[in-house]
Design a binder for this molecule. Sequence first.
Ligand code: PHE
Length: 442
Amino acid sequence: MTKLFLKPNRIYSIVLSKHKYSTAPKSVATVRIGDKDYPSDEYTNVTPKIISYLGRNLHLQRNNPLSIVRQRIVNYFYSSFTHRGNPTFSVYDNLSPIVTTKQNFDDLLIPADHPSRAKSDCYYVNKDMLLRAHMTAHQSELLKSGLDNFLMIGDVYRRDEIDSTHFPIFHQVDAVRSQRKDELFHDKPDLEIFEPIFDPKNPHGFINSINDPMKQSCHTLEATKLMEMQLKNHLLGLVKVLFGKDIKHRWVDEYFPFTHPSWELEIYYENKWMEILGCGIVRNEILANAGSTNTIAYAFGLGLERLAMALYKIPDIRLMWSTDSGFLSQFENKDINAKITYKPVSVFPQCVNDISFWLPPNYTIDTFVSNDFYDLVRDVGGDIIEQVRLKDKFVHPKSKKHSLCYSIIYRHLERTLTQVEVNEIHKQIEKAVVDNFNVTIR
Ligand code: PHE
Protein backbone atom coordinates (compact mmCIF):
# COMPACT_ATOMS: atom_id res chain seq x y z
CA MET A 1 0.00 0.00 0.00
CA THR A 2 2.55 2.60 1.03
CA LYS A 3 4.32 2.36 -2.27
CA LEU A 4 1.29 4.06 -3.78
CA PHE A 5 1.86 7.22 -1.82
CA LEU A 6 4.15 10.11 -2.59
CA LYS A 7 5.16 12.79 -0.18
CA PRO A 8 3.17 15.94 -0.89
CA ASN A 9 4.65 18.65 -3.08
CA ARG A 10 7.63 16.69 -4.21
CA ILE A 11 9.68 18.42 -6.82
CA TYR A 12 9.88 16.60 -10.11
CA SER A 13 12.48 17.16 -12.72
CA ILE A 14 14.02 15.48 -15.68
CA VAL A 15 17.78 15.13 -16.04
CA LEU A 16 20.23 13.15 -18.07
CA SER A 17 17.89 12.62 -20.91
CA LYS A 18 16.84 14.39 -24.01
CA HIS A 19 13.19 13.76 -24.68
CA LYS A 20 12.32 12.27 -28.00
CA TYR A 21 9.43 12.19 -30.38
CA SER A 22 8.35 9.15 -32.24
CA THR A 23 8.93 10.55 -35.70
CA ALA A 24 12.61 11.20 -35.06
CA PRO A 25 14.10 8.80 -32.52
CA LYS A 26 17.07 9.97 -30.50
CA SER A 27 18.88 7.93 -27.90
CA VAL A 28 17.77 8.39 -24.29
CA ALA A 29 19.29 6.96 -21.13
CA THR A 30 16.94 7.38 -18.20
CA VAL A 31 14.11 9.64 -17.19
CA ARG A 32 14.40 11.27 -13.78
CA ILE A 33 11.16 12.02 -12.02
CA GLY A 34 11.44 13.35 -8.49
CA ASP A 35 14.45 11.57 -7.03
CA LYS A 36 13.99 8.41 -9.06
CA ASP A 37 15.50 7.35 -12.37
CA TYR A 38 13.37 5.26 -14.70
CA PRO A 39 14.88 3.36 -17.62
CA SER A 40 13.63 4.79 -20.87
CA ASP A 41 12.84 2.89 -24.04
CA GLU A 42 11.04 3.27 -27.33
CA TYR A 43 7.83 4.05 -25.42
CA THR A 44 9.23 7.03 -23.53
CA ASN A 45 7.38 10.16 -24.60
CA VAL A 46 6.93 12.09 -21.34
CA THR A 47 8.48 15.52 -21.82
CA PRO A 48 10.36 17.75 -19.36
CA LYS A 49 7.55 20.28 -19.64
CA ILE A 50 4.95 17.72 -18.54
CA ILE A 51 7.19 16.42 -15.74
CA SER A 52 7.52 19.98 -14.46
CA TYR A 53 3.79 19.93 -13.61
CA LEU A 54 4.01 16.87 -11.36
CA GLY A 55 3.69 17.73 -7.71
CA ARG A 56 1.82 20.99 -8.28
CA ASN A 57 -1.26 19.27 -6.80
CA LEU A 58 -3.67 22.04 -7.78
CA HIS A 59 -6.50 20.05 -6.26
CA LEU A 60 -4.91 20.52 -2.83
CA GLN A 61 -3.88 24.18 -3.13
CA ARG A 62 -5.84 26.64 -1.00
CA ASN A 63 -7.81 29.14 -3.11
CA ASN A 64 -7.53 27.12 -6.28
CA PRO A 65 -11.01 26.64 -7.78
CA LEU A 66 -10.24 22.94 -8.34
CA SER A 67 -9.57 22.57 -4.64
CA ILE A 68 -12.83 24.31 -3.74
CA VAL A 69 -14.82 21.97 -6.00
CA ARG A 70 -12.93 18.99 -4.53
CA GLN A 71 -13.90 20.06 -1.00
CA ARG A 72 -17.54 20.48 -2.00
CA ILE A 73 -17.63 17.00 -3.53
CA VAL A 74 -15.91 15.39 -0.54
CA ASN A 75 -18.28 17.18 1.83
CA TYR A 76 -21.26 15.90 -0.13
CA PHE A 77 -20.07 12.30 0.16
CA TYR A 78 -19.04 12.69 3.81
CA SER A 79 -22.36 14.18 4.84
CA SER A 80 -24.64 12.00 2.69
CA PHE A 81 -23.12 8.63 3.62
CA THR A 82 -22.27 7.71 7.17
CA HIS A 83 -21.99 4.50 9.08
CA ARG A 84 -22.36 4.64 12.88
CA GLY A 85 -21.46 8.33 12.76
CA ASN A 86 -18.36 7.89 10.58
CA PRO A 87 -18.08 8.78 6.90
CA THR A 88 -18.60 5.72 4.69
CA PHE A 89 -16.15 6.87 2.03
CA SER A 90 -12.43 7.23 2.65
CA VAL A 91 -10.53 9.76 0.56
CA TYR A 92 -7.21 9.24 -1.25
CA ASP A 93 -5.98 12.48 -2.75
CA ASN A 94 -2.21 12.07 -2.69
CA LEU A 95 -1.50 8.90 -4.69
CA SER A 96 1.53 8.94 -6.99
CA PRO A 97 0.60 9.77 -10.60
CA ILE A 98 3.28 7.37 -11.88
CA VAL A 99 1.53 4.04 -12.37
CA THR A 100 2.14 0.76 -14.15
CA THR A 101 0.37 -0.21 -17.36
CA LYS A 102 -1.12 -3.01 -15.25
CA GLN A 103 -2.77 -0.48 -12.91
CA ASN A 104 -3.91 1.88 -15.64
CA PHE A 105 -5.13 -0.78 -18.11
CA ASP A 106 -4.80 -4.53 -17.41
CA ASP A 107 -6.36 -4.55 -13.93
CA LEU A 108 -9.32 -2.69 -15.47
CA LEU A 109 -9.80 -5.26 -18.26
CA ILE A 110 -8.74 -2.76 -20.92
CA PRO A 111 -7.76 -4.96 -23.89
CA ALA A 112 -4.17 -4.99 -25.18
CA ASP A 113 -5.21 -3.34 -28.45
CA HIS A 114 -7.51 -0.70 -26.94
CA PRO A 115 -6.94 2.76 -28.49
CA SER A 116 -6.59 4.42 -25.08
CA ARG A 117 -3.22 2.66 -24.69
CA ALA A 118 -1.75 4.34 -27.78
CA LYS A 119 1.49 6.22 -27.42
CA SER A 120 -0.19 9.09 -29.18
CA ASP A 121 -2.69 9.40 -26.29
CA CYS A 122 -0.62 8.75 -23.15
CA TYR A 123 2.54 9.99 -21.51
CA TYR A 124 4.69 6.90 -21.10
CA VAL A 125 7.71 6.84 -18.80
CA ASN A 126 8.64 3.56 -20.49
CA LYS A 127 6.77 0.55 -21.78
CA ASP A 128 5.69 -0.55 -18.28
CA MET A 129 4.99 2.81 -16.63
CA LEU A 130 3.05 5.91 -17.49
CA LEU A 131 1.54 9.02 -15.98
CA ARG A 132 -1.94 7.82 -15.06
CA ALA A 133 -4.52 8.61 -17.72
CA HIS A 134 -7.40 8.33 -15.25
CA MET A 135 -7.86 8.02 -11.50
CA THR A 136 -9.50 4.64 -12.05
CA ALA A 137 -5.89 3.38 -12.29
CA HIS A 138 -5.95 3.06 -8.48
CA GLN A 139 -9.27 1.25 -8.21
CA SER A 140 -8.01 -2.31 -8.24
CA GLU A 141 -5.18 -1.80 -5.73
CA LEU A 142 -7.41 0.01 -3.26
CA LEU A 143 -10.00 -2.77 -3.56
CA LYS A 144 -7.23 -5.33 -2.98
CA SER A 145 -6.17 -3.49 0.16
CA GLY A 146 -9.65 -4.24 1.53
CA LEU A 147 -11.40 -0.90 0.96
CA ASP A 148 -14.96 -0.96 -0.31
CA ASN A 149 -16.09 2.69 -0.40
CA PHE A 150 -13.54 5.29 -1.43
CA LEU A 151 -12.81 8.43 -3.44
CA MET A 152 -9.59 8.83 -5.45
CA ILE A 153 -8.70 12.41 -6.33
CA GLY A 154 -5.73 13.64 -8.33
CA ASP A 155 -4.07 14.83 -11.52
CA VAL A 156 -4.32 12.79 -14.73
CA TYR A 157 -2.33 13.09 -17.96
CA ARG A 158 -3.53 12.74 -21.54
CA ARG A 159 -2.09 13.82 -24.84
CA ASP A 160 -4.70 15.84 -26.64
CA GLU A 161 -5.37 18.82 -28.81
CA ILE A 162 -4.72 22.34 -27.55
CA ASP A 163 -7.60 24.76 -26.95
CA SER A 164 -9.41 26.63 -24.19
CA THR A 165 -10.96 23.47 -22.69
CA HIS A 166 -8.09 20.98 -23.16
CA PHE A 167 -4.86 20.86 -21.22
CA PRO A 168 -2.64 17.76 -21.05
CA ILE A 169 -3.11 17.60 -17.29
CA PHE A 170 -6.48 17.71 -15.60
CA HIS A 171 -8.00 16.49 -12.36
CA GLN A 172 -10.53 13.78 -11.60
CA VAL A 173 -12.56 12.49 -8.69
CA ASP A 174 -13.12 8.75 -9.05
CA ALA A 175 -15.08 6.57 -6.67
CA VAL A 176 -16.18 3.06 -5.81
CA ARG A 177 -19.18 2.17 -3.68
CA SER A 178 -19.68 -1.51 -2.81
CA GLN A 179 -22.73 -3.17 -1.31
CA ARG A 180 -23.19 -6.62 0.22
CA LYS A 181 -26.53 -8.42 -0.11
CA ASP A 182 -27.53 -7.48 3.46
CA GLU A 183 -26.84 -3.78 2.75
CA LEU A 184 -28.39 -3.58 -0.71
CA PHE A 185 -31.47 -5.65 0.13
CA HIS A 186 -31.71 -5.05 3.88
CA ASP A 187 -35.52 -4.84 3.68
CA LYS A 188 -35.93 -7.61 1.05
CA PRO A 189 -33.84 -10.55 2.31
CA ASP A 190 -35.18 -12.92 -0.35
CA LEU A 191 -33.49 -10.98 -3.18
CA GLU A 192 -29.96 -11.88 -4.33
CA ILE A 193 -27.03 -10.02 -5.90
CA PHE A 194 -25.94 -12.99 -8.00
CA GLU A 195 -27.82 -15.26 -10.41
CA PRO A 196 -28.22 -18.84 -9.11
CA ILE A 197 -26.00 -20.23 -11.94
CA PHE A 198 -23.12 -18.07 -10.70
CA ASP A 199 -21.08 -19.31 -7.76
CA PRO A 200 -19.58 -16.28 -5.94
CA LYS A 201 -17.13 -18.61 -4.15
CA ASN A 202 -15.73 -19.70 -7.51
CA PRO A 203 -16.06 -16.52 -9.62
CA HIS A 204 -13.40 -17.64 -12.08
CA GLY A 205 -15.30 -20.79 -12.96
CA PHE A 206 -17.92 -18.69 -14.76
CA ILE A 207 -17.61 -16.65 -17.92
CA ASN A 208 -19.21 -13.34 -17.02
CA SER A 209 -20.71 -12.00 -20.20
CA ILE A 210 -21.64 -8.40 -20.94
CA ASN A 211 -23.73 -9.20 -24.02
CA ASP A 212 -26.96 -8.24 -22.31
CA PRO A 213 -27.14 -4.41 -22.35
CA MET A 214 -29.12 -4.45 -19.07
CA LYS A 215 -26.64 -6.27 -16.84
CA GLN A 216 -23.63 -8.53 -16.40
CA SER A 217 -24.63 -12.19 -16.66
CA CYS A 218 -23.49 -12.95 -13.08
CA HIS A 219 -25.76 -10.27 -11.54
CA THR A 220 -29.51 -10.34 -10.96
CA LEU A 221 -31.55 -7.66 -12.68
CA GLU A 222 -32.89 -6.49 -9.29
CA ALA A 223 -29.40 -5.89 -7.89
CA THR A 224 -28.24 -4.13 -11.05
CA LYS A 225 -31.31 -1.88 -11.22
CA LEU A 226 -31.12 -0.95 -7.55
CA MET A 227 -27.42 -0.10 -7.88
CA GLU A 228 -28.15 1.92 -11.02
CA MET A 229 -30.84 3.85 -9.18
CA GLN A 230 -28.52 4.59 -6.25
CA LEU A 231 -25.68 5.57 -8.56
CA LYS A 232 -27.82 7.96 -10.56
CA ASN A 233 -29.49 9.44 -7.47
CA HIS A 234 -26.20 9.96 -5.68
CA LEU A 235 -24.58 11.66 -8.68
CA LEU A 236 -27.61 13.76 -9.49
CA GLY A 237 -27.74 14.79 -5.83
CA LEU A 238 -24.15 15.97 -6.13
CA VAL A 239 -24.78 17.90 -9.34
CA LYS A 240 -27.81 19.61 -7.75
CA VAL A 241 -25.77 20.59 -4.70
CA LEU A 242 -23.17 22.12 -7.02
CA PHE A 243 -25.36 23.74 -9.69
CA GLY A 244 -28.76 24.14 -8.02
CA LYS A 245 -31.80 21.94 -8.21
CA ASP A 246 -32.99 23.17 -11.61
CA ILE A 247 -29.90 22.06 -13.52
CA LYS A 248 -30.90 20.45 -16.82
CA HIS A 249 -29.31 17.04 -17.24
CA ARG A 250 -29.46 13.83 -19.23
CA TRP A 251 -28.06 10.29 -18.91
CA VAL A 252 -26.43 8.78 -21.99
CA ASP A 253 -25.59 5.07 -22.42
CA GLU A 254 -21.84 4.57 -22.66
CA TYR A 255 -19.27 1.84 -22.84
CA PHE A 256 -16.26 1.49 -20.54
CA PRO A 257 -14.20 -1.70 -20.40
CA PHE A 258 -14.33 -1.70 -16.59
CA THR A 259 -18.05 -1.18 -15.98
CA HIS A 260 -21.26 -2.68 -17.34
CA PRO A 261 -23.77 -1.23 -17.84
CA SER A 262 -22.21 2.23 -18.15
CA TRP A 263 -23.51 5.78 -18.51
CA GLU A 264 -22.39 9.35 -18.91
CA LEU A 265 -24.02 12.33 -17.26
CA GLU A 266 -24.35 15.50 -19.28
CA ILE A 267 -25.50 18.88 -18.06
CA TYR A 268 -26.85 21.70 -20.18
CA TYR A 269 -24.47 24.60 -19.93
CA GLU A 270 -24.19 27.68 -22.15
CA ASN A 271 -26.52 26.27 -24.80
CA LYS A 272 -24.70 22.96 -25.15
CA TRP A 273 -24.71 19.54 -23.56
CA MET A 274 -21.49 19.07 -21.62
CA GLU A 275 -20.32 15.65 -20.47
CA ILE A 276 -19.14 15.80 -16.86
CA LEU A 277 -18.73 12.21 -15.72
CA GLY A 278 -18.63 8.53 -16.65
CA CYS A 279 -19.98 5.77 -14.43
CA GLY A 280 -21.33 2.24 -14.26
CA ILE A 281 -21.54 -1.07 -12.42
CA VAL A 282 -18.03 -2.43 -11.79
CA ARG A 283 -17.24 -5.55 -13.81
CA ASN A 284 -17.39 -8.46 -11.39
CA GLU A 285 -14.02 -9.80 -12.63
CA ILE A 286 -12.31 -6.71 -11.14
CA LEU A 287 -13.96 -7.22 -7.75
CA ALA A 288 -13.25 -10.97 -7.81
CA ASN A 289 -9.58 -10.44 -8.77
CA ALA A 290 -9.32 -8.06 -5.84
CA GLY A 291 -10.77 -10.68 -3.48
CA SER A 292 -14.18 -9.08 -3.06
CA THR A 293 -16.54 -11.96 -3.84
CA ASN A 294 -19.76 -11.00 -2.06
CA THR A 295 -20.38 -7.46 -3.30
CA ILE A 296 -21.73 -5.49 -6.21
CA ALA A 297 -20.22 -2.04 -6.75
CA TYR A 298 -20.72 1.11 -8.71
CA ALA A 299 -17.91 3.40 -9.88
CA PHE A 300 -17.70 6.83 -11.40
CA GLY A 301 -15.11 9.33 -12.54
CA LEU A 302 -15.71 13.04 -12.96
CA GLY A 303 -13.57 15.89 -14.25
CA LEU A 304 -12.90 18.77 -11.87
CA GLU A 305 -11.88 21.32 -14.52
CA ARG A 306 -15.18 21.13 -16.38
CA LEU A 307 -17.14 21.54 -13.17
CA ALA A 308 -15.01 24.46 -11.98
CA MET A 309 -15.09 26.19 -15.36
CA ALA A 310 -18.87 25.93 -15.51
CA LEU A 311 -19.47 26.82 -11.85
CA TYR A 312 -17.25 29.89 -11.77
CA LYS A 313 -17.43 30.84 -15.47
CA ILE A 314 -13.69 30.44 -15.97
CA PRO A 315 -13.17 30.81 -19.72
CA ASP A 316 -9.78 29.14 -20.20
CA ILE A 317 -8.49 25.93 -18.61
CA ARG A 318 -4.96 27.34 -18.33
CA LEU A 319 -6.20 29.82 -15.73
CA MET A 320 -6.36 26.92 -13.23
CA TRP A 321 -2.56 26.96 -13.26
CA SER A 322 -2.29 30.69 -12.66
CA THR A 323 -0.31 31.82 -9.66
CA ASP A 324 -1.41 35.40 -10.32
CA SER A 325 -3.05 37.02 -7.30
CA GLY A 326 -5.60 38.66 -9.61
CA PHE A 327 -6.93 35.17 -10.25
CA LEU A 328 -6.42 33.38 -6.93
CA SER A 329 -7.71 36.25 -4.78
CA GLN A 330 -11.13 35.86 -6.39
CA PHE A 331 -11.38 32.43 -4.72
CA GLU A 332 -9.74 33.40 -1.46
CA ASN A 333 -11.10 32.84 2.05
CA LYS A 334 -14.55 32.41 0.71
CA ASP A 335 -17.17 30.10 2.09
CA ILE A 336 -16.63 27.16 -0.25
CA ASN A 337 -20.33 27.19 -1.10
CA ALA A 338 -20.35 30.91 -1.99
CA LYS A 339 -21.46 31.78 -5.49
CA ILE A 340 -18.35 33.06 -7.24
CA THR A 341 -18.26 34.39 -10.79
CA TYR A 342 -14.81 34.85 -12.18
CA LYS A 343 -14.12 38.36 -13.47
CA PRO A 344 -11.37 38.47 -16.08
CA VAL A 345 -8.64 40.77 -14.84
CA SER A 346 -8.38 41.91 -18.45
CA VAL A 347 -8.09 40.14 -21.76
CA PHE A 348 -4.76 40.56 -23.46
CA PRO A 349 -4.57 40.34 -27.25
CA GLN A 350 -3.47 37.19 -29.03
CA CYS A 351 -0.84 36.77 -31.75
CA VAL A 352 -1.29 34.23 -34.53
CA ASN A 353 1.70 32.84 -36.45
CA ASP A 354 1.48 30.06 -39.00
CA ILE A 355 3.93 27.25 -39.48
CA SER A 356 4.00 25.16 -42.70
CA PHE A 357 6.29 22.28 -43.47
CA TRP A 358 6.90 19.39 -45.83
CA LEU A 359 6.90 16.00 -44.15
CA PRO A 360 9.89 13.73 -44.75
CA PRO A 361 9.48 11.44 -47.79
CA ASN A 362 8.23 8.36 -45.87
CA TYR A 363 5.53 10.27 -43.93
CA THR A 364 1.99 11.09 -44.94
CA ILE A 365 -0.58 13.39 -43.42
CA ASP A 366 -2.17 10.32 -41.83
CA THR A 367 0.96 8.85 -40.29
CA PHE A 368 2.22 12.12 -38.85
CA VAL A 369 1.32 12.04 -35.13
CA SER A 370 -0.26 15.41 -34.48
CA ASN A 371 -0.12 14.92 -30.70
CA ASP A 372 3.67 14.66 -30.97
CA PHE A 373 3.65 18.00 -32.73
CA TYR A 374 1.33 19.58 -30.14
CA ASP A 375 3.57 18.43 -27.32
CA LEU A 376 6.62 19.85 -28.97
CA VAL A 377 4.89 23.20 -29.53
CA ARG A 378 3.84 23.27 -25.88
CA ASP A 379 7.31 22.22 -24.77
CA VAL A 380 9.01 25.09 -26.52
CA GLY A 381 6.27 27.70 -26.24
CA GLY A 382 5.07 26.93 -22.71
CA ASP A 383 1.83 28.31 -21.31
CA ILE A 384 1.50 31.13 -23.82
CA ILE A 385 0.31 28.59 -26.39
CA GLU A 386 -3.45 29.06 -26.39
CA GLN A 387 -4.38 26.92 -29.35
CA VAL A 388 -2.90 25.02 -32.27
CA ARG A 389 -5.18 24.62 -35.27
CA LEU A 390 -4.63 22.64 -38.45
CA LYS A 391 -5.13 25.25 -41.16
CA ASP A 392 -4.32 23.42 -44.35
CA LYS A 393 -2.98 20.15 -45.73
CA PHE A 394 -1.70 19.53 -49.19
CA VAL A 395 -0.08 16.82 -51.32
CA HIS A 396 2.27 18.06 -54.02
CA PRO A 397 0.97 16.68 -57.35
CA LYS A 398 4.44 15.94 -58.74
CA SER A 399 6.74 15.18 -55.79
CA LYS A 400 3.84 13.53 -53.84
CA LYS A 401 5.31 15.13 -50.75
CA HIS A 402 2.83 15.97 -47.98
CA SER A 403 2.62 19.40 -46.47
CA LEU A 404 0.87 20.66 -43.32
CA CYS A 405 0.10 24.16 -42.14
CA TYR A 406 -0.84 24.92 -38.53
CA SER A 407 -1.84 28.21 -36.94
CA ILE A 408 -0.31 28.68 -33.53
CA ILE A 409 -2.25 31.09 -31.35
CA TYR A 410 -0.22 32.79 -28.65
CA ARG A 411 -1.70 34.64 -25.72
CA HIS A 412 -0.32 35.47 -22.31
CA LEU A 413 -2.97 35.44 -19.61
CA GLU A 414 -1.36 38.20 -17.60
CA ARG A 415 0.21 40.66 -20.06
CA THR A 416 0.37 41.76 -23.69
CA LEU A 417 2.81 39.80 -25.83
CA THR A 418 4.79 41.73 -28.41
CA GLN A 419 4.97 40.41 -31.97
CA VAL A 420 8.77 40.52 -31.68
CA GLU A 421 8.89 38.11 -28.75
CA VAL A 422 6.30 35.85 -30.35
CA ASN A 423 8.37 35.73 -33.55
CA GLU A 424 11.39 34.69 -31.51
CA ILE A 425 9.49 31.81 -29.87
CA HIS A 426 7.91 30.87 -33.17
CA LYS A 427 11.38 30.61 -34.70
CA GLN A 428 12.46 28.30 -31.85
CA ILE A 429 9.40 26.15 -32.49
CA GLU A 430 10.25 25.93 -36.18
CA LYS A 431 13.78 24.86 -35.33
CA ALA A 432 12.58 22.23 -32.83
CA VAL A 433 10.08 20.88 -35.37
CA VAL A 434 12.84 20.56 -37.97
CA ASP A 435 15.20 18.89 -35.46
CA ASN A 436 12.64 16.45 -34.13
CA PHE A 437 10.54 15.54 -37.12
CA ASN A 438 12.97 15.95 -39.95
CA VAL A 439 10.53 18.21 -41.80
CA THR A 440 11.34 21.08 -44.13
CA ILE A 441 9.86 24.47 -43.35
CA ARG A 442 8.11 25.97 -46.40
N1 PHE B 1 -12.08 6.47 -16.01
C1 PHE B 1 -13.13 6.98 -16.86
C2 PHE B 1 -12.54 8.16 -17.66
O1 PHE B 1 -11.57 8.73 -17.29
C3 PHE B 1 -14.33 7.44 -16.07
C4 PHE B 1 -15.02 6.32 -15.35
C5 PHE B 1 -14.65 5.99 -14.05
C6 PHE B 1 -16.03 5.61 -15.96
C7 PHE B 1 -15.28 4.93 -13.38
C8 PHE B 1 -16.68 4.57 -15.32
C9 PHE B 1 -16.30 4.25 -14.04
O2 PHE B 1 -13.10 8.56 -18.67
